[in-house]
Design a binder for this molecule. Sequence first.
Ligand code: URA
Length: 302
Amino acid sequence: MIVLPRSIAAATGKPDGKIHVSDPSELLALLRWHVEAGADEAIAETPTDWTSVTLRQPVPAQAAGRAAAPPRAFAPGAGAPPARPAPAAPALAQGAPLGVREAEEGARGLAAAADSVEALRAAVEAFEGCALKRTATSTVFADGNPAARVMIVGEAPGEDEDRQGKPFVGVSGRLLDRMLGFVGLDRSSVYITNILFWRPPGNRKPNPGEIQACLPFVERHIELVSPAALLFLGGTSAGTLLGRTEGITRLRGRWFEYARPSLPKEIPSLPTYHPAFLLRQPAQKRETWRDLVSLRKRLDCL
Ligand code: URA
Protein backbone atom coordinates (compact mmCIF):
# COMPACT_ATOMS: atom_id res chain seq x y z
CA MET A 1 0.00 0.00 0.00
CA ILE A 2 1.19 3.57 -0.80
CA VAL A 3 0.13 6.48 1.37
CA LEU A 4 0.08 9.72 -0.62
CA PRO A 5 0.74 13.24 0.69
CA ARG A 6 -2.55 14.89 1.66
CA SER A 7 -2.39 17.46 -1.19
CA ILE A 8 -2.27 14.73 -3.84
CA ALA A 9 -4.67 12.41 -2.06
CA ALA A 10 -7.56 14.86 -2.36
CA ALA A 11 -7.15 15.17 -6.13
CA THR A 12 -7.14 11.40 -6.69
CA GLY A 13 -10.56 11.09 -5.08
CA LYS A 14 -9.09 8.98 -2.27
CA PRO A 15 -9.15 11.30 0.73
CA ASP A 16 -7.35 8.79 2.97
CA GLY A 17 -4.49 8.84 0.44
CA LYS A 18 -4.19 5.05 0.53
CA ILE A 19 -3.47 3.44 -2.82
CA HIS A 20 -3.47 -0.33 -2.90
CA VAL A 21 -0.68 -1.44 -5.20
CA SER A 22 -2.37 -4.77 -5.66
CA ASP A 23 -5.26 -2.98 -7.37
CA PRO A 24 -4.10 -2.02 -10.90
CA SER A 25 -7.10 0.30 -11.40
CA GLU A 26 -6.02 2.39 -8.37
CA LEU A 27 -2.45 2.62 -9.66
CA LEU A 28 -3.73 3.59 -13.08
CA ALA A 29 -5.90 6.32 -11.54
CA LEU A 30 -2.83 7.67 -9.77
CA LEU A 31 -0.76 7.60 -12.94
CA ARG A 32 -3.51 9.37 -14.88
CA TRP A 33 -3.72 12.04 -12.22
CA HIS A 34 0.02 12.68 -12.53
CA VAL A 35 -0.14 12.94 -16.33
CA GLU A 36 -3.13 15.29 -16.14
CA ALA A 37 -1.22 17.42 -13.64
CA GLY A 38 1.68 17.72 -16.10
CA ALA A 39 4.07 15.30 -14.37
CA ASP A 40 4.70 13.44 -17.60
CA GLU A 41 8.46 13.08 -17.47
CA ALA A 42 10.80 11.34 -15.03
CA ILE A 43 13.84 13.41 -14.06
CA ALA A 44 15.42 10.92 -11.66
CA GLU A 45 15.51 7.20 -10.99
CA THR A 46 13.49 7.44 -7.79
CA PRO A 47 10.82 9.96 -6.74
CA THR A 48 11.56 12.83 -4.36
CA ASP A 49 8.95 14.02 -1.90
CA TRP A 50 9.43 17.76 -2.39
CA THR A 51 7.00 18.45 0.43
CA SER A 52 9.63 17.11 2.87
CA VAL A 53 12.48 19.26 1.49
CA THR A 54 12.72 22.49 3.45
CA LEU A 55 14.54 25.61 2.32
CA ARG A 56 17.42 24.95 4.72
CA GLN A 57 17.98 21.39 3.62
CA PRO A 58 20.28 20.44 0.79
CA VAL A 59 18.41 19.04 -2.18
CA PRO A 60 19.06 15.31 -2.50
CA ALA A 61 21.88 15.03 -5.06
CA GLN A 62 20.23 12.19 -6.87
CA ALA A 63 17.02 14.20 -7.35
CA ALA A 64 18.94 17.21 -8.59
CA GLY A 65 20.99 15.13 -11.01
CA ARG A 66 24.30 16.48 -9.67
CA ALA A 67 26.56 16.41 -6.62
CA ALA A 68 24.83 17.54 -3.42
CA ALA A 69 24.91 21.30 -2.96
CA PRO A 70 25.83 22.71 0.45
CA PRO A 71 22.86 23.95 2.47
CA ARG A 72 21.81 27.49 1.54
CA ALA A 73 20.43 29.58 4.34
CA PHE A 74 17.52 31.85 3.63
CA ALA A 75 16.55 34.56 6.02
CA PRO A 76 13.61 36.89 5.37
CA GLY A 77 14.91 40.08 3.77
CA ALA A 78 18.11 38.43 2.60
CA GLY A 79 17.12 38.45 -1.06
CA ALA A 80 15.31 35.87 -3.10
CA PRO A 81 14.78 32.42 -1.66
CA PRO A 82 16.94 29.73 -3.17
CA ALA A 83 15.49 28.39 -6.36
CA ARG A 84 14.68 24.74 -6.80
CA PRO A 85 17.43 22.92 -8.62
CA ALA A 86 17.18 22.65 -12.37
CA PRO A 87 16.18 19.14 -13.37
CA ALA A 88 18.94 17.03 -14.79
CA ALA A 89 19.02 16.85 -18.57
CA PRO A 90 17.28 13.58 -19.41
CA ALA A 91 19.64 10.89 -20.60
CA LEU A 92 19.20 9.71 -24.17
CA ALA A 93 18.19 6.14 -23.59
CA GLN A 94 16.46 3.90 -26.06
CA GLY A 95 12.89 5.12 -26.33
CA ALA A 96 13.55 8.25 -24.22
CA PRO A 97 12.45 11.62 -25.60
CA LEU A 98 15.12 13.24 -27.74
CA GLY A 99 17.09 16.22 -26.50
CA VAL A 100 15.59 19.47 -27.74
CA ARG A 101 18.35 20.34 -30.21
CA GLU A 102 18.41 16.82 -31.58
CA ALA A 103 14.62 16.83 -31.88
CA GLU A 104 14.63 20.17 -33.66
CA GLU A 105 17.29 19.00 -36.12
CA GLY A 106 15.33 15.83 -36.77
CA ALA A 107 12.15 17.82 -37.32
CA ARG A 108 13.93 20.21 -39.66
CA GLY A 109 15.19 17.35 -41.82
CA LEU A 110 11.80 15.65 -41.96
CA ALA A 111 10.00 18.92 -42.64
CA ALA A 112 12.37 19.91 -45.46
CA ALA A 113 11.87 16.55 -47.13
CA ALA A 114 8.08 16.97 -47.15
CA ASP A 115 7.01 18.37 -50.52
CA SER A 116 3.27 18.53 -49.85
CA VAL A 117 0.93 19.18 -46.94
CA GLU A 118 -0.01 15.49 -46.86
CA ALA A 119 3.67 14.46 -46.80
CA LEU A 120 4.20 16.90 -43.95
CA ARG A 121 1.26 15.43 -42.05
CA ALA A 122 2.80 11.97 -42.43
CA ALA A 123 6.19 13.31 -41.24
CA VAL A 124 4.60 14.89 -38.15
CA GLU A 125 2.73 11.68 -37.39
CA ALA A 126 5.96 9.70 -37.60
CA PHE A 127 7.98 12.17 -35.49
CA GLU A 128 9.09 10.90 -32.07
CA GLY A 129 10.97 13.99 -30.89
CA CYS A 130 8.21 15.57 -28.81
CA ALA A 131 7.45 13.81 -25.53
CA LEU A 132 3.85 15.09 -25.62
CA LYS A 133 3.09 12.50 -28.26
CA ARG A 134 3.38 9.80 -25.60
CA THR A 135 0.59 11.19 -23.47
CA ALA A 136 -1.65 12.37 -26.30
CA THR A 137 -4.35 10.26 -27.90
CA SER A 138 -4.07 11.83 -31.36
CA THR A 139 -1.77 13.87 -33.53
CA VAL A 140 -3.68 17.06 -34.29
CA PHE A 141 -2.34 18.38 -37.57
CA ALA A 142 -4.81 20.70 -39.26
CA ASP A 143 -8.38 21.34 -40.33
CA GLY A 144 -10.02 23.40 -43.03
CA ASN A 145 -8.97 24.08 -46.58
CA PRO A 146 -5.22 23.95 -47.34
CA ALA A 147 -5.89 26.09 -50.44
CA ALA A 148 -7.56 28.83 -48.36
CA ARG A 149 -6.18 32.37 -48.37
CA VAL A 150 -6.14 32.56 -44.57
CA MET A 151 -4.06 30.28 -42.37
CA ILE A 152 -4.82 30.38 -38.64
CA VAL A 153 -2.27 29.25 -36.07
CA GLY A 154 -3.39 28.51 -32.51
CA GLU A 155 -1.45 27.21 -29.54
CA ALA A 156 -2.00 23.52 -28.81
CA PRO A 157 -4.78 20.94 -28.89
CA GLY A 158 -7.02 20.63 -25.86
CA GLU A 159 -9.00 17.66 -24.65
CA ASP A 160 -11.66 17.70 -27.39
CA GLU A 161 -9.07 18.21 -30.12
CA ASP A 162 -6.98 15.35 -28.72
CA ARG A 163 -10.02 13.10 -28.79
CA GLN A 164 -11.15 14.05 -32.31
CA GLY A 165 -7.73 14.65 -33.91
CA LYS A 166 -8.71 18.09 -35.27
CA PRO A 167 -7.83 21.60 -34.09
CA PHE A 168 -10.40 23.90 -32.51
CA VAL A 169 -13.34 21.53 -32.20
CA GLY A 170 -14.13 22.22 -28.52
CA VAL A 171 -15.65 25.25 -26.86
CA SER A 172 -12.87 27.58 -28.11
CA GLY A 173 -13.41 26.20 -31.59
CA ARG A 174 -17.10 27.02 -31.48
CA LEU A 175 -16.30 30.60 -30.55
CA LEU A 176 -13.65 30.72 -33.30
CA ASP A 177 -16.24 29.56 -35.85
CA ARG A 178 -18.59 32.34 -34.75
CA MET A 179 -15.79 34.90 -34.92
CA LEU A 180 -14.91 33.80 -38.44
CA GLY A 181 -18.56 33.80 -39.49
CA PHE A 182 -18.76 37.44 -38.47
CA VAL A 183 -16.43 38.33 -41.36
CA GLY A 184 -17.80 35.80 -43.83
CA LEU A 185 -15.20 33.07 -43.23
CA ASP A 186 -15.65 29.43 -42.30
CA ARG A 187 -13.66 26.22 -42.35
CA SER A 188 -13.87 26.00 -46.12
CA SER A 189 -12.22 29.42 -46.47
CA VAL A 190 -9.56 29.10 -43.76
CA TYR A 191 -6.91 26.55 -42.85
CA ILE A 192 -6.26 25.93 -39.14
CA THR A 193 -3.29 24.49 -37.30
CA ASN A 194 -1.42 24.91 -34.00
CA ILE A 195 2.10 25.51 -32.73
CA LEU A 196 2.03 22.03 -31.14
CA PHE A 197 0.55 18.90 -32.66
CA TRP A 198 -0.07 17.12 -29.36
CA ARG A 199 -2.05 18.07 -26.29
CA PRO A 200 0.01 19.16 -23.27
CA PRO A 201 -1.31 17.19 -20.28
CA GLY A 202 -3.83 19.13 -18.25
CA ASN A 203 -3.85 21.82 -20.97
CA ARG A 204 -0.76 23.42 -19.47
CA LYS A 205 1.18 26.02 -21.48
CA PRO A 206 3.58 24.54 -24.02
CA ASN A 207 7.17 24.70 -22.81
CA PRO A 208 9.98 26.19 -24.95
CA GLY A 209 11.50 22.77 -25.71
CA GLU A 210 8.21 21.46 -27.06
CA ILE A 211 7.75 24.56 -29.19
CA GLN A 212 11.29 24.34 -30.55
CA ALA A 213 10.89 20.67 -31.44
CA CYS A 214 7.69 21.32 -33.42
CA LEU A 215 8.61 24.68 -34.95
CA PRO A 216 10.35 23.35 -38.10
CA PHE A 217 7.11 21.57 -39.00
CA VAL A 218 5.02 24.68 -38.40
CA GLU A 219 7.36 26.80 -40.53
CA ARG A 220 7.31 24.26 -43.35
CA HIS A 221 3.53 24.02 -43.01
CA ILE A 222 3.22 27.77 -43.63
CA GLU A 223 5.63 27.53 -46.55
CA LEU A 224 3.68 24.71 -48.20
CA VAL A 225 0.28 26.33 -47.68
CA SER A 226 1.63 29.75 -48.64
CA PRO A 227 -1.47 31.67 -47.51
CA ALA A 228 -2.29 35.26 -48.45
CA ALA A 229 -2.57 36.13 -44.74
CA LEU A 230 -1.79 34.57 -41.37
CA LEU A 231 -3.92 34.97 -38.25
CA PHE A 232 -2.15 34.15 -34.98
CA LEU A 233 -4.41 33.25 -32.08
CA GLY A 234 -2.80 34.17 -28.78
CA GLY A 235 0.63 35.06 -27.52
CA THR A 236 2.29 31.67 -27.96
CA SER A 237 1.54 31.56 -31.65
CA ALA A 238 2.27 35.25 -32.36
CA GLY A 239 5.41 35.43 -30.21
CA THR A 240 6.88 32.21 -31.61
CA LEU A 241 6.24 32.91 -35.29
CA LEU A 242 7.06 36.60 -35.23
CA GLY A 243 10.01 36.19 -32.87
CA ARG A 244 8.56 38.88 -30.58
CA THR A 245 8.74 39.04 -26.83
CA GLU A 246 5.85 41.46 -26.20
CA GLY A 247 2.62 40.01 -24.84
CA ILE A 248 -0.46 39.52 -26.99
CA THR A 249 -2.06 42.71 -25.63
CA ARG A 250 0.71 44.71 -27.31
CA LEU A 251 0.87 42.59 -30.46
CA ARG A 252 -2.83 42.17 -31.26
CA GLY A 253 -4.40 44.31 -33.94
CA ARG A 254 -1.05 45.21 -35.55
CA TRP A 255 -0.03 43.89 -38.94
CA PHE A 256 3.41 42.24 -39.22
CA GLU A 257 5.23 40.64 -42.11
CA TYR A 258 6.03 36.96 -41.58
CA ALA A 259 9.31 36.45 -43.43
CA ARG A 260 11.52 33.40 -43.94
CA PRO A 261 14.41 33.05 -46.40
CA SER A 262 12.66 30.05 -47.94
CA LEU A 263 9.47 32.04 -48.66
CA PRO A 264 9.20 33.82 -52.01
CA LYS A 265 7.55 36.80 -50.30
CA GLU A 266 6.53 38.02 -46.90
CA ILE A 267 3.09 37.07 -45.58
CA PRO A 268 0.93 39.74 -43.89
CA SER A 269 0.24 38.47 -40.38
CA LEU A 270 -2.18 39.59 -37.71
CA PRO A 271 -2.04 38.52 -34.06
CA THR A 272 -5.30 38.55 -32.10
CA TYR A 273 -6.60 37.20 -28.82
CA HIS A 274 -7.05 33.46 -28.41
CA PRO A 275 -10.73 32.38 -28.20
CA ALA A 276 -10.02 30.61 -24.88
CA PHE A 277 -8.92 33.97 -23.48
CA LEU A 278 -12.08 35.60 -24.84
CA LEU A 279 -14.19 33.00 -23.07
CA ARG A 280 -12.59 34.10 -19.81
CA GLN A 281 -12.54 37.82 -20.66
CA PRO A 282 -15.62 38.46 -22.86
CA ALA A 283 -15.07 42.22 -22.65
CA GLN A 284 -12.05 41.77 -24.93
CA LYS A 285 -14.23 40.42 -27.74
CA ARG A 286 -14.74 43.95 -29.00
CA GLU A 287 -11.02 44.27 -29.79
CA THR A 288 -11.05 40.92 -31.53
CA TRP A 289 -13.98 41.93 -33.73
CA ARG A 290 -11.91 44.97 -34.75
CA ASP A 291 -8.98 42.67 -35.61
CA LEU A 292 -11.23 40.47 -37.72
CA VAL A 293 -12.63 43.44 -39.60
CA SER A 294 -9.06 44.49 -40.29
CA LEU A 295 -8.35 40.96 -41.60
CA ARG A 296 -11.43 41.10 -43.83
CA LYS A 297 -10.40 44.47 -45.29
CA ARG A 298 -6.88 43.25 -45.92
CA LEU A 299 -8.15 40.12 -47.66
CA ASP A 300 -10.48 42.20 -49.81
CA CYS A 301 -7.62 44.27 -51.15
CA LEU A 302 -4.95 41.55 -51.39
N1 URA B 1 -6.71 25.89 -28.40
C1 URA B 1 -5.76 25.93 -29.35
O1 URA B 1 -4.87 26.76 -29.32
N2 URA B 1 -5.83 25.05 -30.33
C2 URA B 1 -6.78 24.13 -30.41
O2 URA B 1 -6.75 23.36 -31.35
C3 URA B 1 -7.76 24.11 -29.41
C4 URA B 1 -7.72 25.00 -28.41
